[in-house]
Design a protein around this ligand. Sequence first.
Ligand SMILES: Cc1cc2nc3c(=O)[nH]c(=O)nc-3n(C[C@H](O)[C@H](O)[C@H](O)COP(=O)(O)OP(=O)(O)OC[C@H]3O[C@@H](n4cnc5c(N)ncnc54)[C@H](O)[C@@H]3O)c2cc1C
Length: 416
Amino acid sequence: MTSGESPESLSAPEPVSTNVFIAGGGMVGMTLGIALADAGLEVVVADAESPEAAVAPAFDGRASAIAYASYRLLERIGVWQYLESETQPIEEIRVSDGASRLFLHFDQAELGEGPLGYMAENRHIRAALFARAEGLDGLTFLAPEKVVEVARDGARARARLAGGGTVRSALVAAADGRMSRMRQAAGIRTTAWRYDQAGIVATIAHELPHCSIAHERFLPPGPFAILPLTGNRSSLVWTTDVDLAPTIMALTEAGFAAEVAKRVGGFLGQTEIVGPRFSYPLGLHVSERYTADRLALIGDAAHGIHPIAGQGLNLGFRDVAALVEVLADAHRLGQDLGQSTVLDRYARWRRTDNLVLAAVTDGLNRLFSNDFPPLRLARDIGLGMVNKLPPARRFFMRHARGTVGKLPKLLRGEAV
Ligand SMILES: Cc1cc2nc3c(=O)[nH]c(=O)nc-3n(C[C@H](O)[C@H](O)[C@H](O)COP(=O)(O)OP(=O)(O)OC[C@H]3O[C@@H](n4cnc5c(N)ncnc54)[C@H](O)[C@@H]3O)c2cc1C
């Protein structure tokens, strides 16, 4: 990797040329950069944040559920070895409607195919990506370096950077997140709405072990998730009414700890809040197109979903695996990486999968985030039936593991 600290070549008047320029080096953009470089392509990644800031505990308090198929991708591209010691396997998932009534129980032992997934704090995922990028030929990482604009005409795209440099490439991958400037500048519209909910995220340390079990409780304002981390710690996602979130965020430490303890219940023994709390407004957006001339949208730049199923980042990883396969194939054949036939293959592969999950998570959130008695009865009957049917349980577990559908090679753990 070429370090972002000494981008002499880029501040020079001569533009740098590369195969793919990635605007945004968050978890999805960095993964794409690493996977492309690992496949033998030349890549430049630019991110507005410095790596030091991006791994600081105060930057992002979230932890992510990494589906089993996403684990295979990270393993295959050499990231997992830097992350493994910070990951917690998820062996079981317990879903309840309300605080106590158990309705669904998924146990990986029933499948016998390995964990359902792994939990890892986002700061550790970012640190592992930076560590892997460090030794990688073909990858230039520029940070902090903001992308000011991208011109996409003629035979190459040209990205102009705030530091004065220019990067020419056959393709620009926009991985610049939910509010993607690249998407807006390309005139790609989104269908989007906000939920009247915020996700409050905090980490707790607890007296008793979590036994590798993830808990999802459907409470009237939204799901309350208790997700196992390494040691006797868990990550909480407390979905609440968006108007109430500022009040919860303003609670004293003792007040917040008491509210959390009430919702967690006593099964983990004494609990203590460790680290800061965070509040994220929740919404959904889907882009009407994933590609334009010499441009491909990826991760949250292309789509954003409710975190009810912990799948947003996993969808981004699936985009990465598909785009890398498409581009590696085109590269081998000597095709122009930015041509529409290449990009169409990526868009066709990913759009339906992403749309289906956006619809499913939206439906689940609407079905469960209320206390309307007839709906409650209907969903409890539905959950009870799924829980009683082993084939249905296995179907949902395979979906949670991300091992169904037409998987790109990297998600099968194979080289591209
Ligand atoms: C409460 C909550 C819990 C979640 N839990 C899970 C979970 O358990 N599992 C899961 O799979 N997903 C989860 N998600 C979703 C997941 O966090 C996101 O889908 C994921 O972070 C998206 O990553 P990204 O890299 O696409 O975008 P981002 O993380 O937004 O990264 C975008 C990057 O682009 C950079 N950037 C932006 N503009 C520019 C510019 N002009 N120039 C240079 N750089 C720029 C930014 O600095 C940033 O680093 C959760 C989301 C929420 C809100």
